[in-house]
Design a protein around this ligand. Structure first.
Ligand code: ZN
Length: 186
């Protein structure tokens, strides 16, 4: 399965809510496979379908326990919060302190249409929240504290990738990022 180009912030697909998956067929299994390959190639800890230009509620992750995927997720979050830095493959090279719930329970389906529940704390909880946000058209800078968000917007405006996309007047697309996001890009 081919590695897909990753869409960058500025591409409207990243701020558009994704549609529910209604058919659990071979195309869906191919999409999950493309997402996993693209995530490994990047490399990243997670990837959502809109990040490769597919506006469907599908995401994948790869942390300690190995690859996972989830379709049409809903989230239950703890009130307890966690601190920590977060990056995103659609914002190459940028990492910010991003508050998240400490624990998340995600309910959805696997690629065969069977109901699954994924429970996680710390990094897995962070990834589940970050990726579910992607499916709702929300990007991680929307979750930053105001002061941090101002800093992020300035960094984005000054970034090479955003400048290039603006100069070309088209949606920014790259095949991979030469920048490191400290292994936290999701
Ligand atoms: Zn992301």
């Amino acid at each position: 399965m081919p590695v897909q180009p990753i869409r960058l912030f500025g591409d409207p697909v990243l701020t558009t809510p994704a549609g529910l998956v209604t058919t659990f067929d071979k195309d869906l299994r191919n999409l999950v496979s493309d997402l996993i390959e693209t995530m490994h190639e990047a490399p990243g800890a997670g990837l959502a379908a809109p990040q490769i230009g597919v506006s469907l509620q599908v995401f994948v992750w790869d942390i300690d326990e190995g690859d996972g995927h989830l379709i049409n997720p809903t989230l239950d979050l703890s009130e307890e919060l966690q601190e920590g830095e977060e990056g995103c493959l659609s914002f190459p090279g940028l990492v910010y302190e991003t508050p998240r719930a400490f624990r998340a329970v995600a309910k959805g389906f696997n690629m065969h249409g069977e109901p699954v529940t994924i429970e996680g704390t710390e990094l897995l909880a962070r990834v589940l929240q970050h990726e579910t946000d992607h499916l709702n058209g929300i990007v991680f800078i929307d979750r930053l504290l105001t002061s941090e968000r101002k800093l992020a917007m300035a960094d984005i405006r000054n970034s090479e990738w955003f400048g290039e996309a603006t100069a070309l007047g088209n949606s920014p697309i790259i095949k991979f990022s030469p920048h490191s996001t400290k292994g936290l890009a999701i």
